[in-house]
Design a protein around this ligand. Structure first.
Ligand SMILES: [Zn+2]
Length: 216
């Protein structure tokens, strides 16, 4: 026991440089890649703005999370997921091509550090981040379990597809799961409404972040 403790000096729970308190919560940043943004192969309206907001959220709210994990669509040869004549239901124009610039994480996430980065869809369609693995071959489920995660927030691109499927899987695997609706966007308003209904029916919570509007 120290005899030099003085009021105003850091107590035992607030040592300089100490780890922040654990929250048990993970943030999954789904497919924030230029390929899904305006100017990319498979854009959704408003996606670049979402990328900027997600970048701001990770930078400003990092202490809310024990773990921040990204996912990326990373297609090498995904078979019928790609088509010259896509139906935009089961087949799509080529996007998220492994190694291409627009398959990298969006520049709005530049300078941020992540605890793990998951890639999915190398040889198949993969909408859910739980179908992917990180560089060490760990599944997203294994990454979350190793970190002792007890709740999950999901943000990113796009609400009607990969965000929805990732959130549904997180919930199915037992984690209380929220989608932060102001940090995602659907391919269309109609499919967005359908996706929110489906997630709500399954027990996935729809929430709004405390980020507020973009500064002028
Ligand atoms: Zn894909």
């Amino acid at each position: 026991m120290s005899t030099t403790d003085t009021i105003g000096q850091p107590g035992p729970d607030e040592q300089p440089g100490a780890e922040p308190p654990r929250t048990g919560r993970a943030l999954i940043v789904v497919d924030v890649q230029p390929t899904f943004c305006e100017g990319g192969a498979l854009p959704s309206p408003g996606a670049n703005d979402v990328a900027v907001r997600v970048g701001r959220y990770v930078a400003e709210r990092r202490e809310l999370y024990d773990l921040v994990v990204t996912t990326q669509d990373w297609h090498i040869d995904p078979g019928a997921h790609f088509s010259e004549e896509p139906d935009f239901v089961d087949s799509w124009p080529p996007h998220g091509v492994a190694g291409s610039e627009e398959a990298e994480l969006h520049p709005a996430l530049g300078g941020l550090s992540f605890d793990a980065q998951v890639k999915k869809g190398q040889y198949d369609a993969a909408y859910s981040g739980f179908e992917g693995t990180d560089e060490q071959g760990r599944s997203l489920e294994a990454i979350l379990r190793e970190a002792g995660i007890t709740a999950v927030d999901v943000v990113g691109l796009v609400e009607s597809h990969c965000v929805k499927d990732t959130a549904l899987d997180a919930h199915r695997l037992g984690w209380p799961t929220r989608v932060l609706s102001d940090l995602t966007v659907p391919v269309s308003q109609e499919l967005g409404a359908q996706a929110r209904d489906e997630m709500t029916a399954a027990g996935v919570e729809q929430a709004i972040s405390d980020l507020g509007p973009e500064p002028e």
